[in-house]
Design a protein around this ligand. Structure first.
Ligand SMILES: CC(C)(COP(=O)(O)OP(=O)(O)OC[C@H]1O[C@@H](n2cnc3c(N)ncnc32)[C@H](O)[C@@H]1OP(=O)(O)O)[C@@H](O)C(=O)NCCC(=O)NCCS
Length: 198
């Protein structure tokens, strides 16, 4: 097993991993209209925007997990709003009839512009980490987190934030073990932060 820089040719596997871990860490396939909607928002854009802050766990053939993110949420959001989301909205426009609540959530966020809430501004980077069940709880997540933090620190980012569903108790424990602290909780999610420099 090897943790390496992501490549654009990893994208099909990354879409799969995103879907198979997409609902509070579990398979979201039954809750979404097609295999791609979730990765179109939460995975693929990071490789197109800033591939040097994207890493995969490779079994010698294909990726079984990833950590994807950006060193600057502000610049990423600007690019999402002007370049990525307008084209994704052609597939998932706001008039679509949602198939489930989760499908509606995805259509809604795709049709909204991205914004960084004020209390997260001191944590300019953000990330998503997902590993398939076969490679969970074997220390790879921790190693991938270290690699990501080193990459964003090298690029001058002073901190990182992320959000996690309150129902995803395993991931919440994982982030605490990786020194993230709670910034804020809302009805369904918890926001964590970590400073990487003063
Ligand atoms: C959450 C996830 C990224 C953690 O990665 P991982 O490789 O399984 O975790 P690691 O083996 O590196 O564990 C690191 C530490 O976190 C703890 N941890 C990891 N998963 C845990 C869980 N489900 N419950 C409690 N603690 C957990 C480990 O015990 C370990 O603690 P230690 O440092 O004291 O030994 C991975 O399990 C995963 O992808 N889950 C499904 C998708 C998901 O939920 N992603 C997050 C969405 S916000």
């Amino acid at each position: 097993m090897n943790i390496r820089q992501a490549l654009l040719s990893d994208l099909p596997y990354i879409y799969d991993i995103c879907r198979l871990t997409g609902k509070n860490g579990k398979d979201s396939s039954d809750l979404i209209r097609d295999n791609y909607i979730i990765g179109q928002y939460f995975a693929a854009p990071y490789l197109h925007f800033e591939i040097d802050t994207c890493f995969v766990l490779d079994n010698g053939s294909i990726p079984l997990g990833y950590i994807l993110g950006t060193s600057s949420t502000m610049l990423f959001n600007e690019w999402m709003n002007t370049s990525w989301l307008p084209s994704v909205r052609k597939h998932y426009n706001s008039d679509l009839i949602a198939t489930t609540d989760f499908d509606k959530f995805l259509i809604d966020i795709i049709n909204q512009d991205c914004e960084i809430p004020g209390d997260l501004i001191d944590y300019p980077a953000h990330l998503h980490i997902d590993l398939l069940p076969a490679v969970q709880n074997r220390g790879y997540g921790k190693q991938m987190m270290k690699k990501f933090i080193a990459a964003i620190t090298d690029k001058g980012s002073k901190g990182v934030h992320l959000s996690v569903a309150l129902k995803n108790v395993g991931a919440i424990e994982f982030y605490k073990k990786n020194d993230f602290f709670e910034i804020r909780k809302d009805s369904g999610a918890l926001f964590f932060g970590l400073k990487t420099a003063d």
